[in-house]
Ligand binder design. Structure first.
Ligand SMILES: *Cc1c(COP(=O)(O)O)cnc(C)c1O
Length: 368
């Protein structure tokens, strides 16, 4: 049997263990410490954003973004339907109501015209949505210029789920810095990992200070433990942040490798890919294709599986998920169609030329 090729596996740069060792040697084995400070600093600089709080997960960052947006029970939150469930779950944690918005064909992300239509309709129905969560799926930036304009026009807080998009840019500006809040994930399969972690970024210093306060159990400034608010245990550990520091040193190279994977697939196969539009620079976290039909996609997926190559269908849209299907949604058929025919190809920054050639050979054995 050929060796396994994973969809997207962790890829260490080399210095991660040095920073983790430092944490041990100085006994900073805690959800704070020099690695956390340094990791936050390097993210802030990389993104060119004002402030950053390192957290235990991307999901925690999304949850805090909603709390800081004052999303409360029965409030409505506009949310891209075509995404991973972690984007939408925190809306339910707040007992708020997700309103799902379909995607457009070019970026596979939130359709700006459908977003505006939904806002007008929700207002007509008597309630203006409080916040909007847009996703940069598989690293591809959404059409932020239009989405930001619409959210500003209707005074709706904009949250960017950039969990998959560290390293992606729009005309040279990092995604995650366009909205009121940006969210990143450092889970094991993301472009860089801290073994599990996330970050919340914003230019609003007060909001990020408050995120840190809420993420450390909302302790009032008092010598004893006093609480005026409900807190959370959402801070990143100094061990995880040590891994993150090492990963930041190789981030640019990992983005380059993933973009090269994409280029190789595109040049050596006949499939349609997630193209985007000019000015939107994806980090190509995952390279994804669209097959001609559901049957062709399944045949291809199983062909890969039988050769020990991990591929994965695109995200099942939230409006089709059993747990979310009864919430309001504004649809155009795009995400459902992508879900039916799309497939993510192995995209790790640690794939070598022979891995890619093995994959492309199978990709081109079109038998239907
Ligand atoms: C991974 C991911 C998240 C959640 O991040 P975690 O760190 O795993 O909690 C949220 N949204 C999207 C789009 C993701 O891919």
């Amino acid at each position: 049997m050929n060796n396994k090729i994973w969809l997207s596996s962790p890829h260490m740069g080399g210095n991660e263990q040095k920073y983790v060792k430092e944490a041990f040697e100085t006994n900073w084995i805690a959800p704070l410490g020099p690695n956390v400070d340094a990791f936050e600093k390097s993210l802030t600089e990389y993104l060119d954003i004002g402030h950053c709080a390192a957290l235990s997960s991307g999901t925690a960052a999304l949850h805090l973004a909603l709390i800081l947006s004052e999303v409360k029970e029965a409030d409505e939150v506009l949310c891209q339907s075509f995404t991973f469930s972690a984007t939408a779950n925190p809306i339910i944690y707040q007992k708020a109501i997700p309103v799902f918005i379909d995607s457009e064909r070019k970026t596979w992300n939130m359709d700006p015209s459908l977003l505006e239509k939904a806002i007008i309709d929700r207002i007509a129905k008597g309630k203006k949505p409080k916040a909007c969560i847009v996703v940069h799926l598989y690293g591809m930036p959404a059409q932020m210029k239009e989405i930001k304009r619409i959210c500003e026009q209707y005074d709706i807080i904009l949250i960017e789920d950039a969990a998959e998009a560290l390293g992606s840019e729009i005309e040279g500006v990092s995604v995650g810095t366009f909205g009121d809040f940006g969210v990143f994930s450092f889970n094991g399969n993301k472009i860089i990992t801290t073994s599990g972690g996330g970050a919340l970024v914003s230019n609003d210093e007060e909001k990020i200070d408050r995120a840190r306060f809420l993420a450390t159990q909302a302790r009032d400034p008092a010598p004893h433990y006093q609480h005026s608010e409900i807190g959370y245990n959402y801070r990143m550990s100094n061990i995880a942040a040590g891994i993150g520091r090492g990963q930041m040193e190789v981030l640019d190279q990992w983005v380059k490798n993933r973009r090269e994977n994409y280029r190789f697939y595109k040049e050596n196969s006949f499939y349609e890919f997630q193209e985007g539009i000019s000015g939107l620079e994806s980090n190509r976290w995952l390279s994804a294709i669209i097959a001609g039909s559901f049957e062709e996609r399944e045949e291809l997926r199983l062909r890969m599986e039988s050769e020990n190559i991990e591929c994965r269908p695109l995200w099942k849209p939230m409006h089709l998920q059993p747990v979310f299907q009864n919430y309001p949604s504004y649809l155009n058929g795009v995400s459902q169609n992508l879900f039916k025919k799309g497939l993510c190809l192995p995209s790790g920054s640690n794939l070598d030329k022979s891995d890619l050639e093995r994959i492309v050979k199978l990709l081109n054995l079109k038998s239907i």
